[in-house]
Design a protein around this ligand. Sequence first.
Ligand SMILES: *Cc1c(COP(=O)(O)O)cnc(C)c1O
Length: 334
Amino acid sequence: MGREAPAVFGSVFHKDMPVLVFENGAWQNVRWQDTKAIELSPGSHALHYGSECFEGLKAFRQKDDSIVLFRPDANIARMQQSARLLNLPVPDAEAFHRALVELVARAADDIPDAPGSLYVRPTLVGTDPVIGKAGVGSDSAILYILASPVGDYFKAGAPMKLLVETEHMRCAPHMGRVKCGGNYASALPWTVKARNDYGAHQVLFCPNGDVQETGASNFALINGNEIITKPLTDEFLHGVTRDSMLKMAADMGYQISERNFTVDELRDAVENNGAEAILTGTAAVISSVTAFVIDGQEIEVKNQEKGLALRKAITDIQYGLTEDRYGWLVKIDA
Ligand SMILES: *Cc1c(COP(=O)(O)O)cnc(C)c1O
């Protein structure tokens, strides 16, 4: 019997969630509670001073019905990094891992068949109930994890038009590698404007011509046999999908160039060399760009084959259609 995904991404949550509380200088034992509501002081640090960060990862139902999580330890490490940069209590990796695994096991019956998945959203929130603490980090926090059955919302071959933004940044440059709501708030004015003015699906942030990433996914240019993407700096989010894609692409024979590149190089490669462009992210998987808007002018991206092959390479591992040669899957006993 096929399990169907809800119509809207992230609109349905598994009924329970694990909650880890940090108080009095220590992480407390996990407790499980209903996902209907959480109780927070209206003075909570996160609500006033943005001490909040999150993660996004997926669990998959494979061909043989086994359930796997994709690279959870990479997301745990990244949330620890975000917590440090936001002066939040750093989650305990082992307790976090156990909570993730148990949540996916409990939600296993909710996981849709391919091409659906279970999107998992850990959220860390600073809870100090003191509005006077604007200049210090929160000493208390909660970490809760939502699980949401999702479909294939960034379908292979769907239109993906990017507005190339050369004036504004996505977020403050020292905060780019923190996966936090504040960075999304910072990017939102440009994303809304790009949609309204140009019908663009995403904004590609390229301050002063330096090609960085979109509001919610990493970006790479595929020019002939070369895959070009920005080297890891503080300015942008270090995606797990980006890292996975680069490893697979190297093994497929691509030359990987983690280097800075400009909008001029991007434009020249697409217009004159048939280059492809892709977005990578847990939600976006590996999605081919179909058009750019540069200086108000629309430029079509004619080729998508290489991006589609990379997408198939990662989803084949996730759905168990090929061997997990990188050791990326954590099997869940459901
Ligand atoms: C989450 C995110 C990504 C993609 O990261 P993945 O680990 O591949 O899901 C890229 N850019 C931003 C701004 C993000 O928030």
